[in-house]
Design a protein around this ligand. Structure first.
Ligand code: BDP
Length: 620
């Protein structure tokens, strides 16, 4: 799916700003039929939850309504006109004047509608959107929405980050020619010192297709004159981690001498490959350093913001990190464009967080339901998950920064049915993108013995909280367990392995000479402990800590101020002590060479006993 852009043949109007805003409790049944009965305004893009200092709005479950007037330029007569939402979290239903236009499920990916027949160039129209935040067993992410005793809906879910909702990203009105570029796909490769750009242009209607590739100085380095082909760039400048280089591919549709449509795409020439225990970018072993992140800020919640993007990426680079994971949903496309431009490596994750009912059991003490049944997460959940993967790959396939897809965070890979649920998703992702490795992040309850699906994937991405949720008062034991745990994965699967979550909640400003949990010292200690283990594990290909910054959660007794405090930065982006610990390590990590290798850590009966007990608990 092409991101809309202005070009010689395309026009683009941004619809961000203040929209009228009301919850479904405040309006009648068909509020799109007239001006919304409110004077309240909400900014787009932003989550609405934290804006109004009003719990009824913050905690509202169901529809909220956004409405504004749009003015269609008269010069757009004869063009195809689209309205596009970069995201409506989690479901958007769109109306133009009195007419229902269409709807979209999935809160973190764009959707658009052709509204040519519903608007008159030169006139004003009423654009209304119902945004719904309900999560169910057939949404991605999944959750549960029930009606409480007071008649109000309540939504619960299986992830800790707050269920922010609203129009989180930009809204656009745009005009394109009837015959136009509908899609462009590129796959890049290398041939010695030359770069190869394999491209495919899809069009609506028949036209001659011309493409040209220009370098960063604007020099044309290759041209093509068909819908698909390979452009060869001699002495190519590769897109490299930390040293991005972007060519620009210009696609033109022509009718004789007349330019019918033109579209530009940034192209980074690079290869990605998993070989043995290594993750190769451009044929060179790559070691990930960085973060699991969140789109999360004060006041605007998950609303995209360019200033925050630039600042977050500057801080990421300041710590010496080279990468991040879009935990736990696809981020705004501008984030990927920025990473493309600045050589930041991205693991692109779906919104499938919490396909795991076992986690809930652990927290409540109530025996968990099995995750994969038709009554819990079955065919319909998987179909929603499939659709989400299709849309994610369609949006992000051309970004050089994206080197791997993570198709779920912490699913119940230790449970019966996991393989049956995930195998079709793996096949689908490989069919849609045969070039990028696949992974999922592994929950604590899944270990190398009870996991049912890691062999289907290319990289083992392990999330672990030894030393925090387990063994908080015994870091030496946590260290031994961690090493044993990781070694088990290496030995059973023989695949590249990385850590995609590890850390400890830390209250900025709390200090302790003897490293008490929650102190800044403890957070640094825990990172140093994990790094010792990684450095004894030669198969390791990376470390991404949890989390870049403190973020808003559902209120819970262990979430001070309704926040997860595992950030390396506070929510307002002040560094904790661990930022310096990481910075010291990552700015000097260079070509990481493990100092020593322990093929198998020495037997430790206490550790084996604990692991066996945990396996029993996790049903493996
Ligand atoms: C992991 C989840 C992550 C949580 C983290 C935590 O993947 O989303 O925030 O635990 O508890 O299980 O901090």
């Amino acid at each position: 799916m092409l991101k809309p852009q202005a070009s010689a043949t395309r026009e683009l109007l941004n619809l961000d700003g203040l929209w009228l805003f009301a919850t479904s409790d405040e309006v009648d049944d068909q509020p799109w039929q007239a001006r919304l009965a409110t004077h309240r305004q909400a900014p787009v893009p932003a989550s609405y939850n934290d804006l109004f200092n009003d719990r009824a709005i913050r905690d509202h479950v169901g529809d909220v309504w956004y409405q504004r007037e749009i003015h269609v330029p008269r010069g757009w007569a004869g063009e195809r006109i689209f309205v596009r939402f970069d995201a409506a979290t989690h479901h958007g239903a769109v109306y133009l004047d009195d007419v229902f236009v269409g709807e979209h499920a999935g809160g973190y990916l764009p959707f658009e509608f052709d509204v040519t027949d519903l608007v008159t160039p030169g006139s004003a129209h009423r654009l209304s959107v119902a945004v719904n935040n309900e999560l169910t067993r057939t949404t991605i992410p999944p959750g549960k929405t029930e009606t409480g005793p007071n008649g109000k809906k309540v939504c619960t879910y299986l992830h800790d980050f707050y269920n922010y909702a609203g129009l989180h990203r930009s809204v656009w009105l745009y005009a394109v020619p009837a015959t136009r570029v509908a899609d462009v796909s590129v796959i890049t490769d290398r041939d010695g010192a030359a770069g190869l750009v394999n491209y495919l242009v899809e069009t609506t209607g028949a036209a001659e297709v011309c493409v040209r590739l220009t370098d960063e100085d604007g020099q044309v380095v290759a041209t093509g004159s068909s819908k698909s082909g390979t452009l060869r760039v001699e002495s190519v400048n590769l897109w490299q981690p930390g040293a991005a280089y972007l060519y620009e591919l210009t696609v033109e549709l022509c009718d004789g001498d007349e330019l019918v449509d033109t579209y530009r795409l940034n192209v980074g020439v690079r290869t990605v490959e998993v070989r043995g225990n290594e993750f190769l970018i451009n044929g060179e072993p790559f070691y990930f350093t960085g973060y699991g992140m969140h789109e999360d800020h004060d006041v605007r919640g998950k609303g995209h913001d360019m200033a925050h993007l630039v600042n977050d990426m500057a801080l990421l680079k300041w710590t010496g990190a080279n990468s991040f994971r879009t935990a736990h949903y696809p981020y705004a496309q501008e984030v990927l464009e920025y990473a493309d431009r600045h050589g930041i490596v991205v693991i692109d994750e779906t919104a499938a967080v919490g396909v795991n009912l076992g986690v809930q059991g652990g927290l409540t003490g109530i025996g968990p339901e099995p995750t994969f049944t038709e009554e819990t997460f079955g065919t319909e959940t998987r179909q929603a998950h499939e659709q989400h993967i299709r849309e994610l790959i369609a949006r992000d396939k051309n970004h050089p920064c994206v080197v791997m897809w993570s198709i779920a965070n912490e699913p119940a890979s230790n449970e019966e049915g996991a393989r049956e649920y995930f195998e079709p998703l793996v096949n689908l992702a490989r069919e849609l993108d045969p070039t990028r490795p696949l992974t999922y992040t592994v929950v604590m309850m899944a270990n190398h013995e009870n996991d049912k699906m890691a062999d289907l994937f290319d990289v083992l991405s392990i999330n672990r909280y030894w030393g925090w949720y387990v063994f908080i008062d015994d870091l030496p034991l946590a260290e031994a367990v961690l090493e044993r745990d990781l070694r088990g994965w290496v030995e059973r699967f023989g695949k590249p392995i990385m850590m995609t979550e590890y850390g400890a909640d830390t209250l900025a400003g709390l200090h302790s000479a003897d490293g008490t949990p929650w102190s800044e010292e403890f957070q640094s200690d825990i990172y140093e402990m994990y790094h010792r283990v990684f450095d004894r594990t030669p198969e390791f290909i990376g470390e991404q800590v949890w989390n870049f910054a403190d973020f808003r959660t559902v209120p819970a007794i262990h979430r001070i101020g309704a926040g997860n405090k595992k950030g390396i930065f506070t929510r307002d982006r002040r560094p904790k002590m661990a930022a310096h610990t990481l910075r010291q390590r990552w700015t000097s990590i260079g070509d990481r060479k493990p100092t020593e290798s322990t093929p198998s850590p020495p037997p430790n009966p206490a550790v084996d006993h604990i692991l066996a007990a945990m396996r029993k608990h996790a049903g493996g």
